[in-house]
Ligand binder design. Structure first.
Ligand code: AVJ
Length: 327
């Protein structure tokens, strides 16, 4: 049996993370990146979010892949497959690799390249996958692609040895502003080496549906948002008291995005070794944007990024879209 290979590129540098968090707290409009959600508990809270009645994206995307499995596979093979085989599938933000694994039977990739911020997240998942798919060449790559998506030349030449399918499900593209998304899509197109991109995109829909998805009645999303402060306390030694903060999620129609914030319930001061920040009652820390797209606008963005033909699948309610873009 083959064994998975593991490569770590960007070391997760904790001094840089501390500096980024402190700068965000000192900013006039305080902000902390959504990447600070995902400590061990945060990742489990996100998993719990995907099981909530109100959080439609995960379930809706899965239903689109299930309903159109054959058509999507045929379209992928028509654009890049040779002899019904696919040279490589590159999964961005692969995590537990479950979404990609569900497509292996129909897409039949020869190599699966799972990319995530830390290669350690990928070890157990890839070891288990290898037992299920003994012939598949499995590679785990630790890479933070939030500011730039590219493999070192030698790795790209070896791992992407033919047109590849870049797979970016889950509407994670929604964390990027339109400008940043354009940059990431261009880089994804480069990475695919003449292949294609299969991406999940969350759509604009009624505000009450959107706001409920990001402010559920059980308070799981509130816990997910507040947990970021615990992570920051551990990271920089600050003394955030979670009971003094409130979860806020609002749809900003002008920017077509859900914004998540943490709002101070009263005037307070947060201290950490080497600094402090005063917050007035009602003052907020911006923690996440989740952009919602009109399919035509996202298609235009794909074309701006250099992609050619785009095929699109949606659910009956028109809440989510899966798009396949040829290079
Ligand atoms: C992981 C970025 C796709 O924006 O819906 C879920 C994160 N935040 N609930 C999203 C999230 C609050 C999620 N993404």
């Amino acid at each position: 049996m083959r064994e998975p290979r593991f490569l770590q590129y960007h070391q997760v540098d904790s001094a840089a993370l501390v500096a980024e968090a402190v700068a965000g707290l000192r900013a006039v409009s305080a902000q902390l990146s959504p990447k600070f959600f995902y400590d061990a508990l945060g990742s489990r809270l996100f998993d719990a979010i995907t099981a909530l009645d109100e959080y439609y994206p995960t379930r809706t995307e899965a239903s689109i892949f299930a309903a159109h499995a054959d058509e999507i596979a045929a379209a992928v093979h028509a654009s890049i497959g040779r002899d019904g085989q696919l040279a490589a599938m590159v999964d961005l933000g692969a995590g537990n690799c479950a979404k990609a694994a569900r497509l292996f039977e129909s897409l039949r990739p020869r190599r699966y390249v799972a990319v995530d911020v830390s290669v350690d997240f990928l070890r157990d998942a890839l070891d288990a996958l290898q037992r299920q798919f003994p012939a598949l060449d499995l590679v785990g790559v630790g890479l933070d692609f939030s500011s730039r998506l590219a493999l070192p030349d030698a790795a790209a030449a070896e791992l992407i040895d033919g047109p590849a399918l870049v797979f970016y499900p889950g509407s994670s593209i929604g964390n990027f502003s339109p400008d940043e998304a354009l940059r990431l899509l261009r880089e994804a197109r480069e990475l695919s080496a003449g292949g294609a991109l299969l991406i999940g995109v969350d759509r604009v829909k009624p505000v009450d549906v959107l706001e409920a998805a990001y402010d559920d009645e059980l308070g799981v999303t509130a816990a997910f948002n507040l947990n970021l402060l615990k992570h920051i306390n551990r990271l920089i030694g600050s003394d955030f008291k979670l009971r003094e903060w409130r979860h806020v999620a609002r749809f900003d129609a002008a920017q077509s995005r859900i914004e998540m914030h943490l709002e101070a319930r009263r005037a307070l001061t947060v201290c950490w070794p080497g600094g402090e920040r005063r917050f007035e009652a009602g003052e907020r820390i911006h923690t996440e944007n989740s952009y919602k797209w009109r399919p035509a606008d996202f298609e235009a963005l794909l074309h701006d990024a250099g992609f050619g033909r785009v095929r699109r699948w949606s659910d009956e309610r028109g809440w989510f879209a899966v798009m396949l873009a040829d290079t």
